[in-house]
Design a protein around this ligand. Structure first.
Ligand SMILES: [Zn+2]
Length: 89
């Protein structure tokens, strides 16, 4: 399925220019137990619906950013920098 992503730096581009990394998850505290770190590294929700994900603009500005994307139809996505995620909370 082809769709467009909106790079916060370059604007809308074909998804083929980007690399998907994974869904965004809060990083555990440094002193978190082994299970919490294991879950953070290996487990994903793979949610049906809107989720926040890491994307990399591989064929463009070489920047990492976050996208809120509806996984059921690849629409309604919003792109923003990580620093803006922290401001949302
Ligand atoms: Zn870009």
């Amino acid at each position: 399925m082809s769709f467009q992503l909106n790079c916060p730096n370059c604007g809308k581009r074909a998804v083929s220019e980007f690399s998907f990394k994974c869904e965004y998850m809060e990083r555990p505290e440094a002193d978190a137990d082994f299970k919490e770190w294991g879950d953070y590294i290996f487990l994903r929700e793979n949610k049906k619906g809107t989720q926040t994900e890491w994307w990399f603009h591989r064929s463009g500005c070489q920047s990492w950013f976050l996208v809120e994307r509806d996984t059921t139809n690849n629409t309604d996505h919003k792109s923003f920098w990580y620093k803006d995620l922290k401001q949302k909370k």
